[in-house]
Write a protein that binds this ligand. Structure first.
Ligand code: URA
Length: 241
């Protein structure tokens, strides 16, 4: 009983602190994307969830309505989440960037008006969200999410071929299990092409999300994790990368 009360108390303080953080994020003007956005997109879901999804950046629908992953790619992600049988249905979705980049061109991409140097201006928000939410499991939705969450662009991030379906551990977040999946926008494109690859990717998405959901309760995959050591750590090496 006392445990339950303590947990409710913890949840309350997370919710309060997270509300304050969200307000701060909504006021952000630290990069030029603040002058082209309609709304700041903080997240969608429950900040007391143990499962966190990290995507890239808001698109048009998200920018208009102020919630993460509510367009077609988000609806597909929701289908996978529902299919993974998350018992309490609790999850939170956030993005690397909180403001939509013009024409959805991620800063640093070759046709973007902005260089990759503006991305780190947004990362303190990501770090504070992860710290407050304190998730057990983080699913990295697409390569940009992996690059800026666990690889931090210190080196070229592994490709999605290397990351898809992988279990990743990072000494930057020692209590979190990470899993890499393709961005659902990519899967939507594959589906439109009616390619066999779409079915393969879907099947593997399901398996990876099942692993992620099991990991919430400490049931870890029978796979070798990709172990990341940040440059600041003693060995200054990435064990596998
Ligand atoms: N794609 C993303 O990565 N995030 C969103 O919020 C919407 C589309």
């Amino acid at each position: 009983m006392r445990d339950r009360r303590a947990r409710i108390g913890d949840h309350r303080s997370v919710i309060e602190d997270y509300k304050r953080l969200s307000e701060e994020i909504r006021q952000c003007t630290s990069c030029p994307l603040c002058s082209t956005r309609t709304t700041v997109v903080v997240d969608r879901g429950d900040p007391t969830a143990r499962l966190l999804f990290v995507g890239e950046a808001p698109g048009q629908s998200e920018d208009a309505l102020g919630e993460a992953f509510i367009g077609a790619a988000g609806q597909l992600l929701d289908e996978f989440i529902a299919g993974a049988g998350l018992a309490d249905r609790k999850f939170l979705i956030i993005n690397i960037l909180k403001c939509r980049p013009p024409e959805n061109k991620f800063p640093g991409d070759k046709d973007s008006a902005y260089g990759a140097e503006i991305v780190p201006k947004c990362l303190p928000w990501l770090d504070k969200q992860i710290e407050l939410v304190n998730p057990r499991v983080v699913v990295l939705v697409g390569r940009k999410a992996a690059e800026w969450t666990v690889f931090r662009n210190k080196r070229p991030a592994p490709t999605m071929i290397e990351l898809f379906g992988r279990w990743i551990q990072s000494d930057r977040y020692p209590k979190v299990e990470f899993f890499g999946i393709y961005h659902t926008a990519y899967l939507l494109r594959l589906r439109q092409e009616n390619s066999v690859k779409a079915q393969e990717v879907e099947e593997k998405m399901r398996r990876t999300l099942a692993m992620a959901v099991a990991a919430i309760d400490g049931v870890l995959p029978e796979l070798e994790p990709m172990l990341l050591k940040s440059p600041a750590s003693k060995s200054r090496q990435l064990k596998f990368f």
